[in-house]
Design a protein around this ligand. Structure first.
Ligand SMILES: NC(=O)c1cc2c(=O)c3cc(F)ccc3oc2nc1N
Length: 324
């Protein structure tokens, strides 16, 4: 019996490593067929010896209960929304407001791509994923734990035994969005307008089997409740170190001019990304400075979202024409 347990343990470790390489590192080490073969071996062993099924087995990702509604969840710390800025001039105003509100004269900003998905909060206890909720109205969200567990890039167990909440964005990669709409077109179903709507519709499915088919992904951008973390850059580094998917394109900027350069770069190169972004998030890096600057009821004063100008509908239609 011992060797069966060994075999199951080995297969689970191997499959989780391969899906980490594939979904988080975007660098698959084996082919899909090899992965499926190992997965089927594991399923067979688990069917024969259900008592040896491990909680972090990839076969345990998709629940089989269909909910009739989502439970409401009260966020321990409210999930605020970002204020928006639409011009570089607005951004400079943001910078001068920050300078007035803070004792430091040199303020470090951290810039992150603004992933166009939907906000999520995920709780890990002793390194295990225990619950997840949507932002909702910021105070009360929907419990989407079972659906979040179907997202391969979100690990069910972390490389730490610590307990904390993380926040991030669930999104649908462009390729998955196109595939999904193609399937829907073939089944004469209503198409999703954009990846953001498709992600929201997929995550808020009452049947997690449907969510599992949608190939959602996620990036984590915040860690709540780890007092050793004193800056946004550190939060991103810690999140990546424990195995969470963190978008690698963040940049520490010493001046607002560096922020503007970063914005210009991504305004030009965002088409090359495999997911949609609708702007750039600019945050004061130091947590103590964030505290000092504070938040309003709705939004942090220490961060803002620079929104890219809406693509003219004409260019969008032109893209569609060129792509068909
Ligand atoms: N869509 C995003 O990629 C993204 C979104 C947010 C937020 O919504 C957000 C909201 C807050 F109240 C505070 C920080 C935030 O940081 C964020 N950082 C990001 N990278």
């Amino acid at each position: 019996m011992e060797h069966i347990k060994e075999e199951i343990f080995k297969l689970v470790a191997l499959l989780n490593k391969y899906s980490y390489d594939y979904y988080v590192e975007d660098n698959p080490q084996i082919s899909d067929t090899e992965y499926d073969t190992l997965y089927k071996q594991l399923e067979k062993l688990e069917q024969e010896y259900p008592e040896f099924i491990l909680d972090n087995s990839p076969t345990q990702r998709v629940g089989d209960r269909v909910l009739d509604e989502f439970e409401k969840v009260i966020h321990k710390v409210p999930m605020l929304s970002l204020s928006n800025t639409f011009s570089i001039e607005d951004l400079r105003d943001f910078d001068s407001r920050i300078s007035k509100l803070s004792s430091d004269d040199s303020i470090e900003y951290i810039c992150e791509l603004k992933i166009d998905g939907l906000a999520i909060s995920i709780n890990y206890e002793n390194g295990k994923l225990v619950s997840a909720a949507t932002r909702g109205d910021g105070m009360v969200g929907e419990n989407v734990t079972e659906n979040i567990k179907t997202i391969f890039s979100i690990p069910k167990t972390l490389k730490t035994k610590k307990s904390f909440e993380v926040r991030g964005e669930v999104y649908l990669p462009k390729k998955s969005f196109e595939l999904l709409n193609k399937e829907r077109e073939e089944n004469n179903e209503v198409l999703f307008a954009n990846p953001r709507n498709a992600a929201a519709g997929s995550l808020r499915q009452l049947d997690s089997k449907i969510t599992a088919k949608r190939r959602l992904s996620a990036f984590i951008y915040s860690v709540v409740g780890d007092e050793n973390i004193n800056s946004q850059k550190m939060a991103l580094t810690v999140a990546a170190d424990v195995g969470l998917p963190v978008n690698p394109n963040f940049k520490l900027c010493k001046t607002i001019d560096e922020v503007v350069d970063y914005i210009m770069y991504w305004e030009e190169h965002k088409q090359d990304l495999p997911y949609e972004i609708d702007g750039i998030v600019i945050k004061v890096n130091s947590y103590s400075l964030q505290e000092e600057i504070g938040s309003t009821q709705k939004s942090p004063r220490w961060a803002t979202a620079y929104k890219f100008p809406e693509e003219e509908l004409a260019t969008k239609l032109l893209d569609i024409e060129l792509s068909v």
